[in-house]
Design a protein around this ligand. Structure first.
Ligand code: ATP
Ligand code: MG
Ligand code: MG
Ligand code: MG
Length: 439
């Protein structure tokens, strides 16, 4: 992509409405534009990262055997009356009346609708286990939308729902989600710690929230510092293996890690003092097992092996897809701008031409762009007629992991400069070496 033909409306000034660094940097890097309180347009650069985050979520969900669906954003109030939540949900629900005076709502979550799909089509225990998920926009009329996409009113969520014959199977689905979430967040360069949480209005027995530690997080968390040494890494796991998934849950949840809602000083006091930490965290996901809370009132039953009908055991599992962009930036930036992890970067490499219009520099840049693209790397080529300093500032702001700088002086010695955004370290090498270093 050539920057001269792209749409990257960077801001020079710090937007005064942004209180935290991720919000500030998303606005300055031209990723989003606010349209109303907590409602954003996604500009090209922001959309690219959002799509990469979504892609990782899809891949890891499908690796775990979960099946994608897509439900509408608008739902009928009648469905929510069946579960009893229409009146309970309160002011966070955006209620809408259509021209025929039918009551509708913009979905804040989809337990009712997915249960409706299930009961319409599934009859037998032989069709279980089943986990359906979607990545879809949600609306919650948050009393105080703030921090950009971190607490929006319209936001993108992955929401998945498991249907199982027994509680034991549903708890396996819970564990499977925990494993898939660990993999998902690590691929985005994040450490998200599963913490025991409060089930709140969705109701349920087992629930964990995943928190990314960050000063700007809205949750207060308490944990045993040993937990930050754990990584899932590239282990292979058989998602059908109940014992293997349960072992991962045990490994990642046996140490003390709780949000303020479930924090217990007496239990915390048993952690050795030097390992007792309190901090702030950003909730980037949550998993729930809630049994038959929706299947019973809504009649989502299956015929079991003994021929009798039983309500299915369910859980729901969310990932804050759009919030993750804020969390990733909170976890990766410096005073010059964003530092994207390789897994979600909008472009792999930025190409800076120091002397636009100089025939040999231009053609060296064009050749590099071609060769990098041929190797499957996405290149953002700054071909604008701008000062070097301005080009570097833009690249640093938008945070691509690598920059290649091409100028007449280097070319005279057959070298270009390859710079790592995170370390700031630059090396001079030939153009072909630079390509093979990145490919
Ligand atoms: P919070 O405690 O931050 O209000 P929640 O517990 O109400 O979040 P869930 O119902 O668990 O949210 O939804 C699943 C995920 O969706 C959350 O873990 C979070 O990452 C994301 N999410 C929830 N509300 C918002 C919001 N207003 N803006 C952006 N993402 C959100
Ligand atoms: Mg909430
Ligand atoms: Mg919460
Ligand atoms: Mg939650």
């Amino acid at each position: 992509m050539r920057l001269s033909r792209y749409f990257l409306p960077v801001l020079k000034e710090n937007p005064s409405e942004a209180q935290i660094v991720s919000h500030r940097l998303m606005l300055r890097a031209g990723m989003i534009k606010q349209q109303s309180a907590g409602i954003y347009s996604w500009l090209p650069l922001g959309l690219k990262v959002l799509r990469r985050v979504e892609q990782i979520v899809h891949e890891e969900q499908q690796r775990a055997g979960h099946i994608p669906v897509l439900m509408p954003t608008l739902q009928s109030a009648d469905l929510w009356r069946e579960s009893g939540r229409y009146d309970d949900y309160g002011e966070e629900m955006l209620r809408i009346t259509d021209r025929h005076k039918r009551e509708m709502l913009y979905g804040p979550t989809n337990e009712e609708m997915i249960t409706d799909i299930f009961r319409a089509h599934v009859n037998s225990y032989k069709d279980l286990p089943l986990t359906l998920y979607q990545i879809q926009w949600k609306f919650r009329d948050e009393i105080r939308p703030r921090f950009g996409v971190m607490r929006g009113r319209e936001f993108l969520m992955k929401d998945g729902y498991n249907f199982d014959l027994t509680k034991e199977d549903a708890l396996h689905a819970y564990n499977r989600h925990l494993v898939s979430y660990l993999r998902t967040y690590e691929r985005m360069g994040l450490q998200a710690i599963p913490m025991r949480a409060d089930s709140g209005p969705i109701g349920g027995e087992n629930t964990h929230e995943f928190l990314v530690l960050a000063e700007t997080g809205e949750s207060e968390v308490f944990y045993d510092s040993q937990i930050t040494d754990l990584t899932f890494g590239d282990r292979q796991i058989d998602y059908d293996d109940h014992a293997a998934c349960a072992a991962v849950l045990e490994e990642f949840t046996s140490r003390y890690a709780r949000t303020d809602e479930t924090h217990d000083e007496a239990v915390f006091a048993q952690v050795p003092e030097e390992r007792r930490k309190s901090a702030r965290g950003i909730e980037v996901g949550q998993i729930f097992y809630f049994g038959t809370k929706y299947s019973e009132p809504m009649g989502a039953t299956v015929v079991g092996p003994d021929g009798s009908r039983t309500p299915v055991h369910m859980g729901s599992h969310g990932i804050g897809v759009s919030r993750l962009l804020g969390a990733i930036i909170e976890a990766g930036h410096d005073d010059k701008g964003i530092i994207w992890p390789e897994g979600v970067t909008p472009f792999h490499v930025g190409l800076v031409n120091l002397k636009q219009g100089d025939a040999s520099t231009d053609s060296a840049c064009e050749a590099l762009e071609r060769e990098l693209s041929a190797r499957g790397l996405e290149v953002l080529y700054d071909d604008r007629d701008e000062r070097a300093g301005a080009k570097f500032a833009t690249m640093d702001l938008i945070g691509l992991p690598w920059r290649i700088t091409v100028g007449p002086r280097g070319l005279a010695n057959n070298v270009v400069e390859l710079t790592n955004r995170r370390t700031g370290v630059s090396v001079e090498l030939s153009a072909s070496e630079a390509v093979s270093r990145l490919a």
